[in-house]
Design a protein around this ligand. Structure first.
Ligand code: NG6
Ligand code: CA
Length: 509
């Protein structure tokens, strides 16, 4: 008997034991996960220069958390933790993946999608994936059927981008094969060598419609340089300006098709990751250029989901959790003038550090929760400290399901907090930086252990002072008293050695 099937019985037994309470707690659930959207990027979180009416409406109708953290400051480990309930640093090979990586979640692992699936939900993964595909890196047959996909870890349906929009292959995968496959243009992918005769962002730089500032100069797709090499694709290649529309359309369809049964949708937008190339109708919607316009595009997607729920008549019985996979980055390798055009906007809401960083800006993310009348709207921010790794155990609690032994080891049941019934913070949580350093947060303290390197990653190449990526790594231990010093400016490690040693234990692997 498969683990999934066994768990279905465990679920049924647990539901019987829980009695009537769980019978009603079967809302549809949507995790709406933005990419690289910062804590300060939505208007309801204080963003300047951009209107985000749909996200703001969601917040007004529910809860807006101010101390939610992604488990990592980059996508792959953050998403790995969200779907498995396990900190990514427990598993080697979970750093930012190339587009031809094998899938890093094994079929035998129990995911949050398995949890919903076993509870009788229809499940879907739509949008950015970035957790690898296939059993073996580099061995995928992009012209045939992939042999390890979201289908193997609890998702009934998927329509995904393999990795990121800046990585090849630039096609969608739907139900284990390339969507809209073009037999005239077979797809080949390599992360080591170009295909003979194919132009690159170096050889044909003058032809690019969006120049690169760092990396992103290998294959050219739609006039934009990417990471990695690909050949072919033809009609299956995505058009960057239509990605938000494609993801929204498939999300809408999934909602409509499953409106008469409980569903779980893991909806991951491409916005606001690079290359930022929003549809023309969002262009100029902000004074911030492509990055700001990509936030408008993200918010439009939120609106599409809210409208679809209204049209399907299921809005009141749908629990939506809107968040982001990691903190924001201003220049992430394309010359999109994001820095020059900020016009006073602060993507991290003033928190120190960006995406990649162990400082708070690296993992601080918005979290908005709405669930009809079940979650009573709260004015202002909800300061409960919570990690996205906690969503898994919290959803198990929602469903009254018992997890198989060993599943979601790092996830805590924070359901009362997510529903606004408790404001008890998580006692501590881990924040994984780009260089694999594990920082630790409590309500008051932030601890970053000493590492062998300092924090400069050495890009971008914009030449603007203050825009280098700083991972927060230092050779000495760092301790910040966030209540007195939310900007992490004064290292008080030497004044509080007992706090340092107490928190250091959580950084041991
Ligand atoms: C970096 C890329 C960056 C982005 C990131 C992953 C360069 C210079 N930078 O290596 O553009 O793709 O990886 O982002 O290539 S994430 O949000 O998916 O983790
Ligand atoms: Ca990301």
């Amino acid at each position: 008997m498969s683990l999934c099937r066994m768990n279905r019985y465990a679920f049924l037994l647990a539901s019987l034991a829980a009695g009537a309470a769980s019978a009603q707690e079967r809302p549809n659930v949507i995790f709406l996960v933005a990419d690289d959207l910062g804590y300060g990027d939505l208007k309801c979180y204080g963003a300047k220069n951009v209107e985000t009416p749909n996200s703001d409406r969601l917040a007004a109708e529910g809860l807006r958390f101010s101390q939610c953290h992604a488990a990592a400051a980059t996508s792959t480990p953050s998403r790995y933790s969200l779907l498995t309930g396990e900190y990514a640093w427990r598993k080697p090979g979970t750093g930012v993946l190339p587009g031809n990586a094998g899938m890093i979640i094994g079929a035998e692992q129990y995911t949050v999608a398995d949890l919903f699936h076993d509870a009788g939900y229809a499940t879907a993964a739509i949008g950015k994936w970035h957790l690898g595909l296939g059993r073996q890196a580099g061995a995928q047959d992009w012209n045939g059927r992939l042999d390890l996909t979201p289908s193997d870890i609890g998702f009934d349906y998927h329509y995904i981008q393999a990795a990121t929009a800046d990585r090849v292959p630039c096609v969608y995968l739907e139900q284990d094969t390339v969507a809209n496959y073009d037999p005239e243009a077979p797809i080949y992918v390599s992360y080591s060598a170009n295909f003979p005769g194919e132009p690159t962002g170096v050889s044909a730089r003058a032809s690019l419609r969006l120049d690169w500032s760092h990396g992103h100069n290998q294959s050219i797709v739609n006039g934009i340089g990417r990471i990695g090499y690909m050949k072919g694709g033809g009609k299956a290649l995505w058009k960057d300006e239509n990605i938000a529309d494609s993801i929204a359309a498939h999300s809408r369809r999934f909602i409509m098709e499953h409106r008469h049964e409980p569903f779980f949708m893991y909806l991951c937008t491409n916005d606001v990751h690079v290359p930022r190339w929003p549809h023309e109708r969002f262009r100029g919607s902000t004074p911030m250029g492509l990055r700001g316009d990509a936030i408008s595009s993200f918010d439009w997607t939120v609106g599409e989901v809210l409208n679809a729920l209204d049209e399907a008549g299921v809005a009141d019985n749908t629990l939506i959790i809107l968040t982001s996979d990691n903190g924001p980055v201003i220049d992430d390798g394309y010359a999109d003038r994001a820095f020059e055009l900020l016009n006073g906007h602060e993507p991290t809401g003033g928190r120190r550090g960006d995406k990649y960083s162990n400082f708070e800006g690296g993992t601080s993310v918005p979290m908005i929760v709405r669930w009809g009348a079940r979650v009573r709207p709260q004015e202002g921010e909800n300061p409960t400290l919570i990690s996205l790794v906690d969503l898994f155990a919290s959803m198990a609690s929602l469903l009254g399901a018992e997890l198989p032994a060993g599943a979601a080891p790092d996830s805590r049941d924070m359901l009362p907090q997510i529903l606004g019934e408790s404001r008890e913070s998580r006692p501590w949580l881990c924040e994984l930086g780009q260089r694999n350093t594990i920082a630790v947060r409590t309500e008051r303290w932030k601890y970053i252990p000493p590492t062998a390197h300092d924090g400069r990653l050495g890009w971008p190449a914009t030449g603007h002072e203050g825009t280098e990526i700083d991972t927060g790594d230092r050779r000495e231990a760092q301790l910040y008293d966030l209540l007195a010093d939310p900007g992490e400016t004064v290292n008080v490690a030497s004044e509080y050695p007992h706090i340092v040693s107490e928190l250091h234990q959580f950084t041991l692997r």
